[in-house]
Design a protein around this ligand. Sequence first.
Ligand SMILES: [Zn+2]
Length: 312
Amino acid sequence: MNQKPKALLSSVLGIALLLAGCSAPAANTNPTEDKLNVVATTTMLADLATVVGGERVTVDGLMGPGIDPHLYQASAGDVSLMQNADVVVYNGLHLEGKMGEIFENLSGQGPTVICIEDGLHESKLLAWEDDNSIHDPHIWFDVSLWKDAAETVAEGLSQADPDGKGDYEANLDIYLKELDETDTYIRDRVSELSKAQRILVTAHDAFQYFGKAYGFEVRGLQGISTEAEAGTADVSELANFIVERRIKAIFVESSVPTKTIEALQAAVKAKGFDVAIGGELYSDSLGDADSGDDTYILTVKANVDTIVDALK
Ligand SMILES: [Zn+2]
């Protein structure tokens, strides 16, 4: 019998929200909503969860396009979004460098936590610079590793929502085939370059997995994390390398300020050689909706197109 006042109150609140031009968060508009609420850290993982989760999930991504995950600090709102989610997906391998403690605190609480790192065999991982105990997080640039990531997401979603297992596995199967086609597309494009042309110089060291998978020698001006800034000695050393190898183009990245690569280009010019800026690569984030490259598959295809067109 006290349902009526409650209903009245909620409709008054609803009207107040409408009048204020606000919309309540999707999770609260319908408490009987039976979709799985998934929160993913990066744009790559939000896309992956959306594809594998299909109709059964709603996905919130914490980081938008162009955001650098190495430096990303979670807000109080992010933390509460994760605490209230059914599933949280993160990359691991120290990609979300400032969020480690948050993930530790989350496990054992409500949400099912999917860590992509846990599904990757150590033999497939590359060491971070000279330290074999720390691994390079940029696994998404090797499509075969992204297939492993897709399987990890399908398993985690099935754990959180056993009724959906068949759906998640069906979505996964379709996606794995699309990823195989993407891998073939990348290899076909790379085959347009001679071996000597396959040298990739970028703003930070995000492309080692790409290099290993597709046969490129890779140099990043900054290290694996963007936290460490490039010094003048790094710039000069890399400039010498570019002059010696007569590299045609170097690349800026969508989630790293362009000034470091511009400084490198200037240092090369000072040594009497001209290197072009071959375009912008998506490194630690997908493209935005305006770019049209707002899925994982479109992003990695756009990258290889940019690389091959500039180096050939
Ligand atoms: Zn990175």
